[in-house]
Write a protein that binds this ligand. Structure first.
Ligand SMILES: Cc1ncc(C[n+]2csc(CCOP(=O)(O)OP(=O)(O)O)c2C)c(N)n1
Ligand SMILES: [Mg+2]
Length: 276
């Protein structure tokens, strides 16, 4: 079996290459969300390039759409897209690989980027699945800053109201948003208690640990009568101390020197994963 821990660092390299070439990108959140996307696309979701139009496929909404670079890298690794073309054209005039998800691209279900919309739409997708007796599951990933949007809490209420046990949402809990700490901008306090009170099954994990994520997503599949929220405690910029836990790496293009160091850090993490 492929070593997915190592894979996550290889894919981070693709993301940094895209951002260097395109001279733009939400690098910090791309790094925090990588293991979540790898777990979803390599081990959880029932979707392949061949079944991308199937009415029975699992559905994914990248609600924190500004981190589309990580999604491009994972979709390419699963055969939906061509990574060389993405790296060459990302964020350039005329390219389809723009800085937010576009549903004309194979594997992308919903245009996103305006934060706060993914969960309400995912609720609709899951409700549609229930009403048409489909077995597909619906997944969405939100940022923790995004959770300050009121529409997220409307989605939270309706998800439990309609007993959507085919819905699993993830919060990329990296504790930073565009302007600093989430707790200084709009404090979350206890997210597990909050979502539990809204009628969800809540699980808190280390969101950069694929084993913990795997167990959480498996647990979500066994929950009946309510949706699941996974609070994925991550590190923004994960993979290199150059970027880790630094608010100014929310949207940033590394210098050539910084990129060299970042690639070295990814390589040593990849090596460690291969030798585990
Ligand atoms: C409705 C809306 N308001 C503002 C923005 C601009 N914006 C882009 S990213 C971001 C911060 C998001 O922080 P968080 O959700 O924590 O994402 P992450 O830390 O994972 O990058 C903001 C405010 C947006 N995309 N949509
Ligand atoms: Mg955040």
């Amino acid at each position: 079996m492929e070593n997915l821990k190592a894979k996550a660092f290889e894919l981070r390299k693709d993301v940094v290459k895209m951002i260097m070439e395109g001279k733009a990108g939400h690098i910090g959140g791309d790094m925090s969300v990588m293991e979540i996307l790898v777990e979803l696309y390599f081990r959880q979701m029932n979707i392949t390039p061949e079944t991308v139009e199937s009415p029975d496929r699992d559905l994914f909404v990248m609600s924190k759409g500004h981190c589309v670079e990580a999604l491009y890298a994972v979709l390419a690794a699963r055969g939906f897209l061509d990574i060389e073309e993405i790296i060459k054209t990302y964020s350039k005039f005329g390219s389809q690989y723009i800085g937010h998800p576009n549903n004309k691209i194979p594997g992308i279900e919903m245009n996103s980027g305006s934060l706060g919309h993914g969960l309400p739409v995912a609720v609709g997708m899951a409700l549609a699945g229930k009403m048409s007796n489909k077995d597909y599951r619906v997944y969405t990933v939100m940022g923790d800053g995004e959770v300050a949007e009121g529409s997220v809490w409307e989605g939270a209420m309706s998800g439990s109201m309609y007993k959507l046990d085919n819905l699993c949402a993830v919060i990329d809990r990296n504790r930073l948003q565009i302007s600093g700490s989430t707790e200084d901008v709009m404090a979350h306090r206890d997210l597990v208690a909050k979502w539990t009170d809204f009628g969800w099954h809540a699980i808190s994990v280390d969101g950069n640990d694929l084993d913990e994520l795997h167990r959480a997503f498996e647990e979500a599949k066994t929950v009946k009568g309510k949706p699941t929220i996974i609070i994925a405690n991550t590190i923004k910029g994960y993979g290199s101390p150059v970027m880790e836990d630094k608010a100014n790496w929310h949207h940033k293009v590394p210098t050539a020197e910084e990129a060299e160091q970042i690639f070295r850090d990814f390589d040593s993490k990849k090596e460690a994963a291969l030798n585990e």
